[in-house]
Design a protein around this ligand. Structure first.
Ligand code: ADP
Ligand code: ADP
Ligand code: ZN
Length: 214
């Protein structure tokens, strides 16, 4: 099964995708995580992507499509978190999958009002070592600014600062929101109320997955 998580930055896609992978064995592919790791290591991909990420712009489609082609597993169930983000990326994904006799099964649209998106992003902290996600108010670590899993010092992403957040929301509306119609037309779009607690959203997500069957 191949799931796509769609929705504005900060809606909780990464948080839910991690739960799904721990709980149900989905392979979690977060293009944002892969890109940040590449930037951190200074790989050729990281060097090309860095300036786009810093400005809150999208990394060009050709780079992203090549990246996904490389990391997509052959058979396993996958949750795609942060890809596709443009219509051309979605079309490239469809071509790639159809060659393997696969397809996107369901697309979950995470719905959250802008004010809440901003609140979630402004308090987001991430672990640079293990990728764990926290929120200073909604999901704080046990010890201030320290990762529960691995003890590393938590960071605020540069692109979670106010000016960049504004641009990311604008880019989402211009480039990514059109995917809603794209997937609705295919009959595979499911809207998910992303405004409850982490547990509530996850219960809902699982209920829908079970109801719809595999
Ligand atoms: P968020 O989880 O807040 O939505 P991500 O971690 O998914 O953000 O992405 C961070 C940044 O990485 C984006 O602002 C963009 O620059 C880049 N990026 C991630 N995925 C893609 C993609 N599919 N296409 C283009 N750029 C991407
Ligand atoms: P996305 O991947 O969509 O950008 P994240 O999963 O990184 O979103 O979540 C953004 C921030 O909001 C993080 O700080 C996370 O801890 C917090 N968060 C995620 N889901 C919820 C929720 N249901 N309620 C409150 N805060 C949440
Ligand atoms: Zn950690």
């Amino acid at each position: 099964m191949i799931l796509v998580f769609l929705g504005p930055p900060g809606a909780g896609k990464g948080t839910q995708a991690k739960k799904l992978s721990e709980d149900m064995g989905f392979v979690h592919i977060s293009t944002g995580d892969i890109l940040r790791e590449a930037v951190r290591k200074g790989t050729p991909l990281g060097k090309r992507a860095k300036e786009f990420i810093e400005k809150g712009e999208l990394v060009p489609d050709d780079i992203m499509v090549a990246l996904i082609e490389e990391v997509l597993p052959e058979e396993k169930s996958v949750v795609l978190d942060g890809f596709p983000r443009t219509v051309p990326q979605a079309e490239a994904l469809e071509r790639m999958l159809s060659k393997k006799g696969r397809k996107v099964d369901k697309v979950f649209l995470f719905e959250l009002p802008d004010e809440e998106v901003v609140m979630r992003l402004s308090g987001r902290r991430t672990c640079p070592e293990c990728g764990a996600l926290y929120h200073i108010k909604f999901n704080p670590p046990k010890e201030d600014e320290i990762c529960d899993n691995c003890g590393a010092k938590l960071l605020q992403r540069e692109d979670d600062k106010e000016e960049v957040v504004k641009n990311r929301l604008k880019v989402y509306k211009e480039k990514t929101a059109p995917l809603v119609d794209h997937y609705r037309a295919k009959g595979i779009l499911i809207t998910l109320d992303a405004s409850g607690s982490v547990e509530e959203v996850y219960e809902n997500l699982k209920r829908i997955l079970n109801e719809e069957g595999n």
